[in-house]
Design a protein around this ligand. Structure first.
Ligand code: NAP
Length: 261
């Protein structure tokens, strides 16, 4: 069998042992589940959060993993190089970046404020790009290449209502994922995205609290349930690992079939 047919390095193509994975917004919700999953696959985790990520740290350490907390506010780009440097200082490398941190603001488009526009775009799109840039510089300088995973949304594909800045940022993030893949694929960095469907986290608490919206959403999900944060683990490990070596610029929906409907 030729090497092109069988990759003998693939004893376990999902193994992340020896890799360093940075996850933004790791202290709750989807970021926490992604951090725990990447740790289960063997990666050391750098969690980037505004405050203590004690629960995430405890979960990772309980399964024998290593967690480095880095405090940063991703509302501004000022601290981004220092975040990457913190990973280098501790581990000497950065292999995987998951741009997960995100916020949402809801108002009718006619009433939407510039403050609600800027706040969401700054965290969800601007900081994601500049952190990817800082990470890619380190990944390329280290000669190991890397994996960048952006957390997109159903609203990368669809319009939604009352979330003008969120839809714009998440649609932009899917476009940015393709652009970065085109620029960096040949350099050894895979850039891809995951688009979670409707997942039960703080971010969606107002939707689940609204009985009518909750029923509308549930009726449209073929899987018949809200997603759990842990549902993202498999896609995250896939995109972070050698299993996705030839996968570039895609956004994988993990949505219980929402987009298929
Ligand atoms: P979440 O529970 O609200 O978690 C968001 C995370 O981002 C938190 O850890 C939060 O930190 C962090 N964050 C927000 N602003 C930050 C800032 N300025 N600096 C640093 N960290 C910041 O929401 P989630 O549902 O897990 O969302 C995670 C990602 O998935 C987001 O990008 C979201 O848009 C996306 N997403 C979620 C769903 C869903 O159904 N839940 C669907 C599609 C996409 P704090 O704890 O400090 O606030």
């Amino acid at each position: 069998m030729s090497p092109a047919t069988m990759n003998t390095a693939f004893a376990n193509p999902f193994d992340l042992t020896g890799k360093v994975a940075m996850v933004t917004g790791s202290r709750a919700g989807l970021g926490q589940a992604i951090a725990v999953a990447l740790s289960q696959a063997g990666a050391c985790i750098v969690g980037v959060d505004r405050g203590p990520a004690d629960e995430t740290r405890a979960a990772i350490e309980a399964q024998g993993g290593i967690f480095l907390p880095v405090t940063a506010d991703l509302a501004t780009t000022a601290g981004l190089p220092a975040i990457v440097q913190a990973a280098l200082d501790r581990f000497g490398a950065l292999d995987i970046l998951v741009n997960n941190a995100g916020i949402i603001r809801r108002a009718d488009a006619l009433d939407f404020t510039e403050e609600d526009w800027d706040a969401v775009v700054d965290v969800n799109l601007k900081s994601a790009f500049f952190l990817a840039q800082a990470a890619a510089r380190v990944m390329l300088a280290g000669g190991r290449g890397g994996k960048i995973i952006n957390i997109a949304s159903m609203l990368s594909f669809q319009g939604g209502i009352r979330v003008a800045s969120y839809t714009s940022a998440k649609s932009g993030l899917m476009g940015l994922t393709k652009l970065l893949a085109c620029e960096w694929a040949a350099k050894g960095i895979n850039v891809n995205a995951i688009a979670p469907g409707y997942m039960a986290t703080n971010n969606t608490a107002p939707l689940r609290a609204d009985a009518e919206r909750n029923a509308q959403i549930l009726a449209r999900i073929p899987a018949g349930r809200w997603g759990a944060p842990a549902d993202l683990g498999g896609a995250a490990i896939f995109l972070a690992s050698e299993a996705s070596a030839y996968v570039h610029g895609i956004t994988i929906p993990v949505d219980g079939g929402w987009l298929a409907r």
